[in-house]
Design a protein around this ligand. Sequence first.
Ligand SMILES: Nc1nc2c(ncn2[C@@H]2O[C@H](COP(=O)(O)OP(=O)(O)OP(=O)(O)O)[C@@H](O)[C@H]2O)c(=O)[nH]1
Length: 439
Amino acid sequence: MAMENQINPASFMNLLLDAICLVDADGRFVFVSGACEQIFGYTPEEMQGRKMVEFIHPADLPRTLQAASQIMAGQPNPHFENRYLRKNGEIVHIMWSARWSESMQMRVAVARDVTERKQAEAMQTALFAISEAAHSAENLQALYVHIHQIIAGLLPAQHFVVALQEPASQQLQICYPQPAPAGIGSLGLQMLASAQPLLWQCGQQGGQDEPGLQSWLGAPLRSQSGVMGALILKSHDPLLHYTPRHQALLEYVSAQVATAIERKQLYQRLQQMARYDALTGLPNRALLNERLGEALARARRNDDTLALLYLDLDNFKQVNDSLGHSAGDQLLQIAAQRLSQCVRDTDLVARIGGDEFVVLLESHAQPEQAERLAQRIQQAFAVPVELAGQRVPAWVSIGMAHYPQHGSSEQQLLTHADSMMYRHKKQRRDGQLATPAAS
Ligand SMILES: Nc1nc2c(ncn2[C@@H]2O[C@H](COP(=O)(O)OP(=O)(O)OP(=O)(O)O)[C@@H](O)[C@H]2O)c(=O)[nH]1
């Protein structure tokens, strides 16, 4: 018997890795080859007779129906991509090559599973987006929001948590979202201790305070110096269980996330150092200038007023000389605290150098209001300070400037307030002013 008589090509169809599908004019699967089970998770018997639309990812339905009608109108489509939902709920990316068969009155289509390629592309995009976010996000919270969005593009991430270890206290802190969801702490600690990814399925529980838990997924955040925290995902959806594939995805991006967070933390620390005084924690001259410029622009726009108080401690050098530099440092810290306690939350207190401070009062700051604040400050500073076992006077001289009366620029206002402060200091030195009494 001739060889060709023994070959039946149709019998090899189920060996193909791609699935061959015949779909009638109603959109119903009439035939699917064996590969459909591997691709869609359904056996041919489970798919045949059912409508194609039942399996398509809802978001891809309109354009799939449009492509189908173009094929039925006689335009073959060798490269159409869409997403299907597998029997287990996972998404599968399909590339279709399809044409209309006039003789059979059916669409003849070959489906290829391109999920791995799509995921590799999505991962590359995600890694790039995370690294971009480290540059573009305004601060750490904004970075966490970005990272949440990027991870949600890769896997279900409705409930997403970033937990970081505080370097000083070694305590685990939930940094995102704010306020922190309950029941995450124990899981985060466990992850820090094990430094291993976690996958907890339906029915298991992360903590006693978290009944009805469905599925958890966690990946440690590793920096060069060890585990710095964890990314944690939680699903309340009984139909959505995290799988080892989700776990691998999360673990893969977590390295990039750790780098992005570290970079932003470093940037924030540098920013903090550039804009805040290390000794008192108050804004420094650079930040004052920035805020004063913004406040003046607002005041000009709104036809508003603002006031500046310029303060300088009296005889501060003497404290340094007699009790030592660290006692002087302590006095500066106490002065910063006293000033902060005298002002409203909306006012800005800055240390602009040595023993000099500035208070910026914004929004309808009338001269009387600034005058009252100056009196409050004088009373607060009239209380002697306990330094190196001694009670030391901590008087302060204050000068004021008002916008628009005393100038329209930052420099004009600061110069005016500074010269008023010196006049005040001189008057007190010359005995023309009574020393203030504590209230
Ligand atoms: N302890 C300490 N001293 C500082 C710091 N920065 C500047 N100083 C000192 O603060 C002093 C400020 O000098 P002045 O304001 O001229 O001295 P003063 O005794 O207050 O003089 P009057 O303002 O005229 O009463 C200088 O001796 C500086 O060395 C600091 O961070 N810590």
